[in-house]
Design a protein around this ligand. Structure first.
Ligand code: NAD
Ligand code: UDP
Length: 311
């Protein structure tokens, strides 16, 4: 297949590009590099089946040649990034989703939207099944991301129902791994970077909020299975092993052998108190579940951070 992958120079997109090329597909990455980096895909550029177009997908997309699949991953994803770019985040979730759906409709291509566990907001149900409608503050600071993704989901299913586009929606839960930016602000790169420099780990709030972390290799395998499925309804992809942020900080200190202490900082507004995917549906529909343990995934990530150490 010839696949259009928006956000392909980002963390998840670069791993997905590699996977799709490995499966024999041809990949066209479209990315404006707002939070991504060309060095993430530098090893792919120049390859026979790989094309990189620096472009903002909130603008009308004209593309040469046939497209068989559109994967829409473009969007700032770290809370620090989307709070720095609130309007661009709203635009890529809304206008960007509309434009990429338009490409899929034009070519009769299949479509996949990278949505997020943030559509569940600060959930009142734990773990979160796909049937949960969420608890989102639309006007809070995180609303720019949450509501953009909720709009994107609604638009995606409208194109499916009204235009017959074979569209899929994945709700990604906290995913980490090699190639995350050292200072993208998310908890995994923050803590690893701080631990490797023996600086204090910044736990927000009292650290009792929970998250569940999935290694990027497991996510990418899940995405490939969703692409091949007959699904047209949202599906959770994530690792259900839940822990508190404080426990996670202690784990990073232990795994890095760091001398770092823990300091407590203010909790960001509307920071979800719990988060854990219910992956019953993915297990049944895709025969998928994460395979990489947190220890193994973190070891790989820490090694990568050590080799790519930057001050
Ligand atoms: P990332 O910031 O590393 O990658 C996002 C990419 O999108 C970047 O390369 C960025 O430059 C690009 N982009 C943003 N706006 C664009 C625009 N207007 N035009 C073209 N390109 C644009 O983040 P990531 O972690 O790789 O996330 C990828 C996708 O997965 C996002 O849609 C995100 O919402 C979703 N997601 C990720 C996670 C996670 O834990 N990593 C969790 C939930 C959802
Ligand atoms: N967090 C933290 N210290 C940091 C960065 C994040 O304690 O340096 C917390 C954050 O408040 C949240 C959790 O870690 O409760 C995960 O944050 P992240 O930014 O990775 O993404 P989120 O899950 O909130 O989308």
């Amino acid at each position: 297949m010839r696949i259009l992958l928006t956000g392909g120079a980002g963390f998840v997109g670069s791993h997905l590009s590699e996977k799709l090329l490995g499966l024999g597909h041809s990949v066209v990455v479209m990315d404006n590099l707002i939070t991504g980096r060309q060095e993430n895909i530098a090893h792919l550029i120049g390859g026979d089946n790989f094309e990189f177009i620096k472009y903002d997908v909130t603008k009308y997309i004209a593309i040469d040649g046939v497209i068989d699949y559109v994967l829409h991953l473009a969007s700032p994803a770290s809370p620090v990034d989307y709070l720095e770019h609130p309007i661009k985040t709203l635009k890529v979730g809304s206008l960007g989703t509309h434009n990429t759906l338009g490409v899929a409709k034009k070519y009769g291509a299949k479509f996949l939207l990278a949505s997020t566990s943030e559509v569940y907001g600060d959930p009142l149900v734990n773990p979160q099944p796909e049937t949960y409608w969420g608890n989102v503050n639309p006007t809070g600071p995180r609303g720019v991301y949450d509501e953009a993704k909720r709009f994107a989901e609604a638009m995606t299913l409208a194109y499916h129902r009204y235009h017959g586009v074979d569209a899929k929606i994945i709700r990604i839960f906290n995913t980490y791994g090699e190639r995350m930016r050292h200072r993208d602000g998310r908890v995994v790169p923050n803590f690893i970077d701080q631990a490797l420099k023996d600086q204090p780990l910044t736990v927000y709030g009292d650290g009792s909020q929970t998250r569940s972390f999935c290694h990027v290799s497991d996510l990418v395998e899940g995405i490939v299975r969703v692409m091949a499925s007959d699904l047209n309804e949202p599906i959770n992809l994530g690792n259900p092993a839940e822990m508190t942020v404080l426990e996670f900080a202690q784990k990073i200190i232990a795994l890095t052998g760091s001398k770092s202490k823990i300091v407590f900082k203010d909790l960001p507004v509307n920071d979800p108190k719990v988060r854990r995917p219910d992956i019953t549906f993915a297990k049944r529909k895709l025969k998928w579940e994460p395979k990489v343990s947190l220890e193994e995934g973190l070891r790989r990530t820490i090694e990568w951070f050590k080799k790519n150490y930057k001050d």
